[in-house]
Write a protein that binds this ligand. Structure first.
Ligand code: DQA
Length: 152
């Protein structure tokens, strides 16, 4: 029986991973990222459920529904990171520990990417390690949940 269930949310344009600006985002596809997460989840004994959407409202609905289903969230909100107060408010409302991840190092890129609406309400942020950012995010989240629940 997996110990925790973790929701992994991918925001706009991440369905194009592998094709999209590979010099920035790498050649790993979204499907491959999700498989890597599932494998790491198996190793850590947690269940991973992945959802990608190009629509802000779909992501917000998924965050609301996470309340009864998941104990943690990993989110790469894509460009919504830099624009969406609504996504931030949704995460703040449900109070599920959330880790923000980015494939690219957003602080080495254009200035408009330097600000994240999500970072202040996330337990932490991992940025710049390609697909590995998600794996590091999952490890950090599970470690956080185990500590918070005195499971170790
Ligand atoms: C991104 C960084 C964002 O600035 C960008 O809009 C994305 C992807 C990343 O994973 O590096 O869509 O979140």
């Amino acid at each position: 029986m997996p110990q925790y269930s973790v929701l992994i949310l991918h925001g706009p344009n991440l369905n194009l991973l592998g094709l999209r600006e590979p010099e920035v985002y790498g050649s790993t596809t979204l499907e491959q990222v999700n498989t890597l997460l599932q494998e790491e989840g198996n190793r850590l004994q947690v269940k991973t459920s992945c959802l990608q959407s190009n629509h802000e409202g779909v992501l917000i609905d998924a965050i609301h529904q996470a309340r009864d289903k998941h104990q943690g969230i990993i989110i790469n909100a894509g460009a919504y990171t830099h624009t969406s107060v609504a996504l931030r408010d949704a995460i703040a409302a449900i109070q599920i520990p959330t880790v923000e991840v980015h494939l690219s190092n957003i602080y080495r890129r254009e200035e408009f990417r330097h600000h994240s609406y999500i970072a202040p309400i996330a337990i932490g942020q991992i940025s710049g390690f390609g697909a590995m950012s998600y794996i590091l995010g999952l490890q950090a989240l599970v470690n956080y949940l185990r500590k918070a629940n005195h499971d170790e």
